[in-house]
Ligand binder design. Structure first.
Ligand SMILES: C[S@@+](CC[C@H](N)C(=O)[O-])C[C@H]1O[C@@H](n2cnc3c(N)ncnc32)[C@H](O)[C@@H]1O
Length: 258
């Protein structure tokens, strides 16, 4: 572990320790048992999105793995090696218990995803489902992903859309009007029930430029809507399904290291 973590990593660790006790540990077994790969809060099936590369034989790293169910799905779908990185010991403890129970052989490391203690050019696929993609500083975690990837390796990640972010008030659910500027958006400090939380969101154009500067070509990009039968998520209900059916709340990026 690095000696000194940024303030937002310590904030995230406190938040995810609480979230693990209240929610994610209890959901982990059901998620690990799932065979199908699904994306985000609307559980959009990868079989309809079709954005992932064929993961057979790939060395994969998940940046901000949480309880590591997504890594588990990729291992079940043929990945050779899956390493999960997370800053929160409680989340990793759940991931380790699941790894033991399901016998999938994931490697789980406690570290800041902006500073991973692994050598350069070790992986074919780096990915994040609401991990580093929203909790880490993009100017730090994207170059780190580039460092960890082999040439031709790919970075796939999910985050919220620009539209969702500009419609998100400081507190409460997403609304149907623009409540914050997109221009210059980066660090966002929130507070929910007195619990501080810091996320990062670069606008699409800024993120696209950062990926280019960091040596990536963007090869795919999708916006996800809630489906007709989606219902409000039991915990992540700040985007009501009704909103998500009309506007895209989630997006997936796929970029290839030159
Ligand atoms: C929503 S979870 C994402 C993981 C997984 N998709 C899930 O839903 O369980 C967010 C995870 O990011 C982790 N995280 C936040 N900041 C991090 C950082 N700087 N380095 C590594 N992990 C971090 C948190 O500890 C948390 O487990």
């Amino acid at each position: 572990m690095p000696e000194k973590l940024p303030d937002y990593a310590l904030t995230a660790r406190a938040l995810w320790t609480k979230s693990n006790a209240e929610y994610t540990a209890g959901r982990a077994r059901e998620k690990w048992a799932q065979d199908q790969i699904t994306w985000g809060v609307w559980s959009t099936p990868e079989s309809t999105v079709r954005i992932l590369p064929d993961v057979h034989g790939l060395d994969v790293i998940e940046l901000g793995c949480g309880t590591a169910y997504f890594g588990a799905w990729l291992k079940k779908h043929g990945a050779r090696r899956v390493v999960g990185i997370d800053i929160t010991p409680a989340q990793l403890e759940t991931a380790r218990a699941m790894n033991q129970e399901f016998g999938l052989g994931l490697e789980l490391i406690e570290a800041n995803a902006e500073e991973v203690p692994l050598p350069d050019a070790t992986f074919d696929l780096a990915f994040s489902e609401y991990g580093a993609s929203i909790w880490c500083d993009s100017e730090r975690w994207i170059p780190e992903a580039a460092r960890l990837l082999r040439p031709g390796g790919e970075l796939v990640f999910v985050r919220n859309t620009d539209l969702e972010m500009v419609c998100s008030p400081d507190e409460g659910k997403v609304v149907e009007r623009l409540v914050r500027p997109l221009r210059g958006m980066n660090r966002l400090d929130w507070s929910e029930d007195g619990q501080p939380s810091t996320e990062f969101h670069l606008s699409t154009t800024d993120l696209f430029q950062l990926l280019r500067r960091t040596g990536f070509d963007v090869v795919d990009y999708r916006q996800l809507y809630a489906s007709d039968d989606s219902v409000d998520h039991p915990r992540y209900d700040f985007v009501p399904a009704e909103w998500g059916r009309r506007w895209p709340s989630e997006e997936i990026w796929r970029a290839r290291k030159r």
